[in-house]
Design a protein around this ligand. Structure first.
Ligand code: TK8
Length: 335
């Protein structure tokens, strides 16, 4: 055999063998943005995910987190993922309804009764069904993380009955279901990005906002809010989204490592979130917030009051999506 051809063949063979191994895992640094601060349990989740990535990629894969909407608000950041100019975001589902209307199902008031129900829905078939839809919109959801059950804070008065919402200027997340939920209670609802909320509360442009204990704590809303009503009116999950255009350039090994480590991060994130929730509540009380629970009777009245919201948004969310959610919940509740 001709020497030149032989050595070319050997070189090609060597490349074919070594090639995939070298390309399998590369030096990667993924930017992940979100609206909360680093001391939120999302910080613990990212840290746990980073440890997992370092271990599984031999120190080659890493996340760099940006806090407090530093890379733009949730919707902007998510659009950057779709266009392939940013890798990752941890975002609530609610602002992303603008991209995937089916996500609006999580905004329906009083949908989940407790965290166990939320976990079972999100980590089960329903969560997968939603992830498929997201992928069609250029978003790979690596895992469902937790923000928590949302409660109302305001600067005016304790909200004990839905009538207490009357005329209150409440900031809501940017979608029509949230807007309708609060207008329906008699409030004056204003959609606003999360990064603008603190200042709007501080200047008195709005009276109220709603978020879980931990977020109220770590975003220091207690500095500008006096009353907290334990309404638990929604559990809008966090998604750990990855840019589909960038995802498609990764090797399958890298993709697998990311998926595995997102789950490792999820478990840490959720457990810290649940531990911290009680601590945050105690701290909010300590620093002077007046906290009130709703009576069982009032909870039932609010629920009933909120019912028309389900019907009014069935078309935009998709009746099939709502039905699928309801039958999955029914199944969980009958277990
Ligand atoms: C953080 C947001 C926030 C959400 C909101 O990026 O907008 O009120 O609850 O925590 O996703």
């Amino acid at each position: 055999m001709n020497k030149v051809i032989f050595s070319t063949m050997t070189a090609a063979l060597a490349l074919a063998v070594a090639g995939p191994a070298i390309a399998d895992i590369q030096d990667r640094n993924f930017r992940v943005s979100n609206g909360v601060n680093e001391d939120h349990p999302v910080g613990d989740g990212i840290e746990a995910m980073n440890e997992c990535l370092a271990e599984q990629s031999d120190g080659q894969m890493e996340l760099t987190a940006f806090w407090g909407s530093a890379l733009g608000d949730d919707l902007e950041a998510t659009q950057a993922l779709r266009s392939g100019t940013q890798e990752m975001v941890v975002t609530s589902t609610s602002p992303i309804v603008a991209i995937e209307p089916a996500l609006g199902v999580f905004d329906l008031p009083f949908l989940f009764a407790n965290a166990e129900e939320a976990d079972a829905i999100l980590d089960g078939e329903f969560g997968d069904f939603m992830n498929e839809k997201l992928e069609e919109s250029g978003l790979v959801n690596l895992a469902w993380w937790e923000n928590g059950f949302r409660n109302l804070t305001n600067s005016q008065r304790p909200v004990e009955r839905w009538e207490d919402f009357e005329g209150m200027r409440v900031r809501v997340m940017q979608n029509n279901i949230f807007l309708d939920t609060f207008e329906n209670m008699g409030a004056n609802a204003t959609p606003m990005a999360f990064g603008e909320v603190f200042t709007a509360l501080e200047t008195g442009a709005i009276d109220a906002q709603e978020n879980p204990f931990v977020t109220i704590d770590t975003s220091q809303f207690y500095e500008v809010q006096d009353y907290l009503s334990v309404t638990r009116h929604a559990y809008t999950p966090f998604m750990l989204l990855f840019s589909k255009p960038i995802w498609d350039t990764l090797s399958s090994t890298e993709q697998e490592i990311l998926r595995d480590c997102a789950i490792v991060g999820r478990d840490v994130q959720r457990s810290v979130s649940r531990e911290l929730s009680d601590e945050s509540r105690a701290k909010l009380e300590e620093v002077g917030m007046e906290i009130n629970e709703l009576s069982a009777e009032e909870q039932a009245r609010m629920r009933e009051r909120a019912q028309p919201v389900y019907e009014r948004h069935a078309d935009s969310i998709g009746q099939d999506v709502i039905d699928r959610m309801m039958s999955a919940l029914e199944e969980i509740r009958s277990e």
